[in-house]
Design a protein around this ligand. Structure first.
Ligand SMILES: Cc1cc2nc3c(=O)[nH]c(=O)nc-3n(C[C@H](O)[C@H](O)[C@H](O)COP(=O)(O)OP(=O)(O)OC[C@H]3O[C@@H](n4cnc5c(N)ncnc54)[C@H](O)[C@@H]3O)c2cc1C
Length: 805
């Protein structure tokens, strides 16, 4: 057996095989796949082989589209068959919410170039005649849906990889992965030890065990899953005689997916009475095995399916496939460089290997070979979970995800499983004040504060929710008096040491401030993509603080550590340091009443240490609300004391707590973008307007400089603009298409209702050369064309006198 390799991939399921192929496709041929048995010996061999593009995340949907198109390429390269059946599929909607979701998906597909369409009951009966359309409002038809042969496809990947120079060792069980001091790995197998520069965990059902060999916990869990294959169904036999194949039918109400199999049908369920598998760990003795049939847990699902697809009831069951496969807590794969590790990569947690495997392989290969994936892949980045995650959190979340696999996903929905988990000392106080909680990165965050008989649960909706009145009240308090909320959900970092300034100058594209000041700066990847929007404050020459998105902590720390320098200390202090933001015209009065320090001369973007009440704090004059405001940071242990001081002083000035719903409305008034909506690795600084914070004059080759300069030279392809929308009861959420002269020319990134201005506002991208001609456009919201116009003057304080005065 070969004993050295550039990359050792552990696991020969469809995902490992795809990674192997894509590494060769992008130019690395010295790559090896290690499989303890035969290829496909985990979840892969017994999969139903269905594929589809539908995914709530647009980039995931694009990667699923890539995967599906790849199969023809594989067949051409290898001459092997993937057993493709491009039969199309319909996803049914039996109520308005489900239909709204399909309308929103269809709208997204317009700018993604996907040819889906909305069809009514009559058309559904024509396309998918096994369906009883009683109670069905409509469906989304996707011509790309289909199914394939799981084993044939995995072997086609493997053959294509071998043709590109890759090696595959079957019956080669990996027992240990030991890292050398130079960052390379000794991969110990039954057949000997392989010295590899990189290790990829594609262990599928055993990914937890493979991860543990390197001391890494991967947040995923296997679930049992069952599908049935029927005997011949006369309607299918007749269709086949006419040369037709029945398409897929997804029935979210029945939590089922159905397709033709041979001359009969095949139907699988995501049942509510689901069961996790191998809670204590996946046994190594499991292989090409199935679980015992379990009709009890799918009894209700089958009864429902018999009503929706009456032909099923008349056909006998020929075969039952019951097997396990893994899920991450949010159902998306875990891909990328594992935070805190060198040369250790994740390609696991892939619950839809035949929709996603190609995209996962492509993404990982780009990351390893080219340094970064071509698009934003945060939805499947292994760094979207931090080291706070535990098996005790993962399991209920995975079960929730399985149960909700076919449920409507609402933009304002807060899923309840495994909560509350991480809370600050303010949890009880805010709960007593009526907080309605959401969560970010495992942390409880108030969304709004209910009063009187207002609902303490925000009903999930695509339209304006029942948080509307409370949000309006909180916005008014900020704009007219003073509001307070926590700064616990900012990612916070301390950068210290003699090399801190030089390091920051290289990592950040913007100006690094002088002591006592702060600045805003984009952080760019080598290709000039936005990988962060930071506030940098300088407490002293060797002591800086950074703040950014709380949910991007592992993502940002991974980047910082990849670029670590000897004379700089980088600490993630996100949970050690917390505090409050106070904002509104009375904010300064409140602050002045709580400290002996003079705050009257504190300018916009000043940062100072001061004692507030009993608590030592760092105070920054800046506010995402766009108003006069201060961020006040303290030690987490002193947060309640700080609260008491601010709350007592605030009483005189009408202080009101506000939550994230109000925050997201307030920021619209000043056209502030937000991380992962307007600012993400999909876009550049120039496209988003953040290039105004780049310090071109600095004498440093900051990361991404070359790419940013090249773009500056030729101008960005897209421009972020703001629209005022004539909306009805639904505002823009993100990814709605923007129409001009009957064509889709752009898309929205986020939006909402400005309670301050009483207007529906959207942010989105237009091609740069169309901006000038696009004052009046239409935005498609839930299938309705809404007139909208580009606006350039902020809705609050256009001169910035409140923010800066
Ligand atoms: C009943 C059922 C129906 C399904 N239907 C569909 C469907 O219609 N469409 C779809 O897209 N997905 C479907 N899936 C999910 C799909 O099967 C998985 O997404 C996919 O197989 C995951 O592939 P993988 O390569 O990540 O993992 P696996 O297939 O589990 O492969 C992991 C491999 O790693 C090997 N391995 C593990 N540890 C080691 C070690 N230490 N040394 C060497 N080798 C090791 C294992 O032997 C195994 O071969 C279904 C799953 C089930 C259970």
């Amino acid at each position: 057996m070969q004993t050295t390799t550039r990359v050792a991939i552990i696991g020969g399921g469809v995902v490992g095989a795809s990674v192997l192929y894509h590494l060769t496709k992008l130019g690395w041929s010295d790559v090896m796949l290690l499989e303890r048995s035969e290829l496909t010996s985990g979840s892969t061999w017994h999969a139903a082989g269905g594929f589809h593009t539908l995914n709530g995340d647009t980039n995931m949907a694009a990667l699923q589209g890539y995967t599906i198109r790849l199969y023809r390429e594989l067949e051409e390269i290898t001459g092997m068959s993937c057993g493709l059946h491009h039969v199309g599929g319909v996803t049914l909607a039996d109520n308005q919410d489900r239909f709204d979701m399909l309308l929103a998906e269809r709208a997204k597909h317009r700018f993604m170039g996907l040819d889906t369409e909305i069809v009514g009951p009559e058309e559904i009966r024509k396309i998918a005649p096994v369906t009883n359309t009683d109670g069905i409002i409509g469906a989304l038809y996707d011509p790309l849906d289909g199914h394939l042969d799981p084993s044939g496809t995995t072997h086609a990947y493997a053959k294509a990889a071998r043709m590109g120079g890759a090696t595959i060792e079957t019956h080669c069980m990996v027992r240990e992965t030991n890292q050398r001091s130079d960052g390379t790995w000794d991969v110990v197998t039954d057949k000997g030890t392989i010295h590899a520069e990189h290790v990829v965990n594609a262990g599928g059902l055993w990914a937890r065990e493979v991860g543990a060999m390197a001391g890494v916990y991967f947040p995923l869990h296997p679930m049992e899953h069952q599908y049935l294959v029927t005997d011949d169904v006369p309607l299918i036999v007749d269709m086949m005689a006419d040369g037709h194949e029945h398409p897929h039918v997804m029935d979210p109400a029945g939590e089922s997916y159905l397709r033709q199999e041979g001359r009969g049908l095949c139907i699988g369920f995501y049942e509510q009475t689901c069961r996790p598998w191998a809670v204590g760990g996946t046994p190594w003795t499991f292989g090409q095995d199935l679980l015992a049939d379990n009709f009890d847990k799918i009894e209700d699902s089958i009864a429902f399916a018999y009503r929706r697809f009456p032909d099923l009831e008349r056909a006998g069951v020929k075969n039952v496939i019951h097997g396990p496969f893994t899920f991450a807590p949010d159902g998306n794969p875990l891909v990328g460089p594992v935070p805190g590790m060198r040369n250790y990569w994740s390609a696991c947690g892939v619950m839809a290997g035949f929709s996603q495997g190609g995209g996962v392989g492509l993404t990982l290969a780009q990351w390893m070979i080219e340094g970064e994936p071509e698009r934003d892949v945060m939805a499947m980045d292994v760094a979207r979970f931090g080291n706070w995650i535990t098996p005790g959190y993962t399991l209920p979340k995975v079960m929730e995800n399985y149960q909700k696999r076919f449920s409507v996903s609402y933009p304002n929905e807060e899923l309840p499983a495994a909560r509350p988990f991480r809370t600050t000392p303010m949890y009880d106080i805010f709960s007593d004040l009526g907080a309605v909680w959401g969560h970010q990165y495992g942390l409880e965050v108030p969304n709004y504060f209910a009063c009187g008989d207002e609902p303490t649960y925000e009903t999930p909706s695509f339209r304006r929710s029942d948080a509307f009145a409370a949000t309006g009240r909180e916005v008014k308090a900020v704009r007219e008096a003073v509001g307070i909320n926590e700064v616990h959900n900012f990612g916070k970092y301390r950068i210290s040491g003699t090399g801190a300034r030089a390091w920051l100058d290289r990592i950040m594209a913007g100006r690094i401030p002088q002591p006592g000041r702060l600045s805003l700066t984009p952080m760019l990847s080598e290709r000039g993509r936005l990988i962060g929007d930071f506030t940098v404050s300088c407490l002293s020459e060797n002591d800086f603080r950074l703040t950014a998105s709380y949910g991007a902590q592992a993502f940002h720390m991974r980047w910082f550590q990849q670029h670590a320098a000897a004379d700089v200390e980088i600490e993630n202090i996100s949970d050690r340091v917390t505090g409050f933001q106070i904002a509104g015209p009375r904010a300064r009065d409140v602050l002045a009443a709580t400290t002996l320090s003079d705050v009257g001369d504190m300018r916009f973007l000043d940062v100072r240490r001061m004692t507030i009440g009993m608590t030592d704090c760092v105070v920054q004059r800046v506010s995402y609300t766009g108003d006069l405001g201060f961020e006040i940071y303290c030690d987490a242990m002193a947060q309640r004391a700080l609260w008491n001081t601010l709350w007592d002083a605030g009483a005189l000035h009408g202080m009101t707590p506000f939550g994230m719903r109000a925050m997201m409305s307030l920021r619209l008034d000043r056209f502030f973008g937000s991380w992962m909506s307007e600012f993400s690795p999909d876009y550049t600084a120039a496209e988003t307007g953040l290039d105004r914070f780049i310090q071109w004059s600095k004498n440093t080759s900051f990361i991404g400089r070359e790419a940013a300069e090249a773009e500056r030279e030729k101008g960005p392809a897209l421009r972020l603009v703001v629209f005022e929308v004539d909306a009805d009861d639904a505002d823009v959420q993100g990814y709605e298409p923007v129409w001009l002269d009957g064509n889709v020319v752009g898309f929205c990134t986020s939006g909402g209702w400005s309670h301050h201005a009483g207007k529906s506002i959207a942010m989105g991208f237009l091609p740069s050369d169309r901006v000038a001609e696009a004052p009046d456009v239409e935005i498609e919201i839930l299938g309705q064309m809404r007139p909208a116009r580009v606006i350039t003057e902020p809705l609050l304080d256009p001169e910035g006198s409140r923010l800066r005065g």
